[in-house]
Design a protein around this ligand. Structure first.
Ligand SMILES: Cc1cc2nc3c(=O)[nH]c(=O)nc-3n(C[C@H](O)[C@H](O)[C@H](O)COP(=O)(O)OP(=O)(O)OC[C@H]3O[C@@H](n4cnc5c(N)ncnc54)[C@H](O)[C@@H]3O)c2cc1C
Ligand SMILES: NC(=O)c1ccc[n+]([C@@H]2O[C@H](COP(=O)([O-])OP(=O)(O)OC[C@H]3O[C@@H](n4cnc5c(N)ncnc54)[C@H](O)[C@@H]3O)[C@@H](O)[C@H]2O)c1
Length: 503
């Protein structure tokens, strides 16, 4: 979300605000942000039209969260088979039926598809149009329908929920060698009998790490190239280093501090050139996945013509309104985060402000935003990391519990990782939590809830957690915090009292 002054809505003499509108709301894009916006508007009895140019469900269902998590599951089972000896079972090198793995990925998408389908949304009272939307003026949208023809609609309010797409780095030669992205790999690799033999994964962010580990476990020789000094640069170093170690254990060759500078084909063999501190070398590969970030979809549908600034994201104010207060934005196109659950969260504010903003508006609340990267081990975070607290000079204390000490994790053979909590000095108020370990994304929910509702570590400590569960790690870290904050004076009084009681 970039800031904008919503009072400075530009006007154009060619634009005429209609006296009556066909719709209360038009939502452009049926990904996570658009679907939730339309759902909320229909629930509020608004006449709402949802326009999708491509696939209902957007990136999360078709190219993002859903296929990647389905792939991760197959890869994890292959890993467990390989290392079954840890559990007293004879290890086996799995015969990876790659096309079946990819078929399962597509079946998972198909099974979830009905949740986001035209039929479901129509039954909820949303009009769904399949076509490409373009803003004509602040109240008019033209749709080039996928099955031919076009339609012009007027509306009181519009929500831009056009999402983001993979950013392809301008590396000389990349178009000639050809590349895969999260948009294309699910279809392009679908019928392959085996995973690509030599796979370069460009980028060490969440997409790069999740895919590099999965493909390595499914049989690819993976080389991951990241120009930053380490993987997962947004996470604390202690968290990222556990992921890096795990990737290396899985056979991924991790090249950090390496910038991709050129690509080409020589004697039928594809290569990528990397620069490491001024030293250049070429790496041969069969396929390359570009995972170096996602760029919001901002162009081609009339934002610039309406004077709406599109710098990195659509410029909005805290209410998610653009320069034109009746045009709002939500999801990846609005930023500042790129997560499905944040898109859905913003959608509530966008829909309510779009429909009722002239009566009451709500500022989008980013105070407690969680996320997880689904590598093995998972890394989940809410609030401040230790590095951010230091960088912003925010006073804090750090309490840590090693999951290697947790009974359930030991029994499961997954005793690695940690829970790290940042608190206000001398208080149990939580500023942030990072969990690294199995099911970290699920375990984090307790901290998200605590932060959202102002509960401190004392409340977590005072809550019964089932034994033996991984969730006990949360209570353990709270217990550690308590031990670190025992009042020595009170303890000495207690000791004297007990001595006195013994007579
Ligand atoms: C590989 C991968 C893994 C991911 N994993 C996770 C994860 O585990 N958890 C998580 O929270 N997030 C994850 N994400 C991010 C998540 O997918 C996005 O944050 C989320 O999809 C954003 O939703 P959105 O509604 O903003 O945009 P999108 O889902 O991109 O939807 C936008 C829609 O708008 C349509 N559109 C664009 N322009 C027009 C137009 N002019 N007219 C009509 N339609 C238009 C597009 O076709 C698209 O369907 C992942 C992403 C990727 C790529
Ligand atoms: N589990 C999840 O929630 C999940 C999973 C996947 C993606 N996502 C979302 O999608 C977004 C995009 O993810 P991403 O991993 O594509 O992007 P990212 O921006 O997080 O990471 C890209 C990485 O590529 C590196 N890079 C850029 N150009 C390079 C070059 N020429 N050579 C070498 N390295 C280069 C960058 O330094 C960076 O570390 C994430 O920010 C996240 O919000 C979420």
């Amino acid at each position: 979300m970039a800031s904008t002054d919503q009072n400075s809505a530009s006007t154009n003499s060619d634009w005429k605000r209609p006296k009556r509108f066909d719709r209360n709301l038009i939502v452009i894009g049926a990904g996570s942000a658009g679907l939730v916006s339309a759902y909320i508007a229909a629930g509020a009895k608004a006449k709402v039209t949802l326009i999708e140019a491509h696939r209902m469900g957007g990136d999360c269902l078709n190219f993002g969260c859903v296929p990647s998590k389905a792939l991760i599951k197959s890869a994890r089972i292959a890993h467990q088979m390989r290392h079954a000896v840890r559990y007293g079972l004879e290890p086996v090198e799995p015969k990876v039926l790659f096309s079946s793995v990819m078929e399962r990925v597509h079946n998972v998408i198909a099974e979830i598809e009905p949740h986001d389908s035209v039929e479901r949304y129509t039954s909820l009272g949303v009009e769904v149009l399949q076509g490409y939307a373009k803003l004509i003026d602040p109240w008019t949208v033209e749709v080039a329908l996928n099955n031919g023809g076009s339609q012009r609609l007027t509306t009181r309010a519009i929500i831009i929920a056009t999402g983001a797409q993979p950013f392809v780095p301008p590396i000389p030669g990349i178009d000639e060698v050809g590349y895969l992205t999260s948009d294309t790999l699910w279809d392009r690799l679908r019928d392959r009998p085996s995973a690509p033999k030599r796979l370069v994964v460009l980028g060490g962010g969440p997409i790069g790490c999740e895919l590099a580990q999965s493909f390595a476990r499914l049989g690819s020789e993976v080389i991951q190239i990241e120009m930053a000094p380490r993987l997962m640069i947004r996470e604390d170093e202690d968290a990222a280093s556990l992921v890096e170690a795990s990737l290396k254990f899985d056979g991924v060759q991790v090249l950090t501090n390496h910038k991709a500078v050129a690509c080409g084909v020589e004697a039928g063999e594809k290569w990528i050139e990397v620069d490491h501190g001024g030293e250049k070398r070429r790496i041969a590969f069969d396929e390359i996945i570009a995972a170096v970030g996602r760029a919001p979809r901002l162009k081609g549908f009339g934002l610039e013509e309406l004077g709406i600034k599109v710098d990195r994201v659509v410029e909005t104010n805290e209410y998610l309104q653009t320069l034109h207060p009746n045009i709002l934005a939500a999801g990846d196109v609005a930023g500042p985060y790129q997560f499905t659950h944040v898109a859905g969260h913003q959608a509530w504010f966008a829909a309510i402000n779009a429909l009722f903003g002239d009566l009451k508006r709500f500022k989008a609340d980013y105070s407690v935003i969680p996320w997880a990267t689904f590598t093995d081990p998972e890394v989940a975070r809410v609030g401040l990391s230790e590095a951010e607290a230091k960088q912003k000079n925010i006073p804090h204390e750090v309490t840590r519990f090693g999951i290697d000490d947790l009974d359930r994790a030991i029994a499961d053979g997954s005793a690695r990782g940690f829970v790290k909590v940042l608190t206000v000095p001398g208080k149990d108020k939580i500023l942030g939590a990072t969990i690294v370990g199995e099911h970290a994304g699920d375990l984090l929910a307790e901290f998200v809830f605590a932060m959202k509702h102002g509960h401190g570590l004392g409340k977590i400590l005072g809550t019964i957690h089932i034994y033996p569960t991984l969730a006990e790690a949360n209570k353990m870290v709270a217990g550690q915090w308590r031990r670190d904050h025992i009042n020595a004076f009170r303890l000495s009084l207690l000791e004297r009292f007990q001595t006195w009681r013994r007579g």
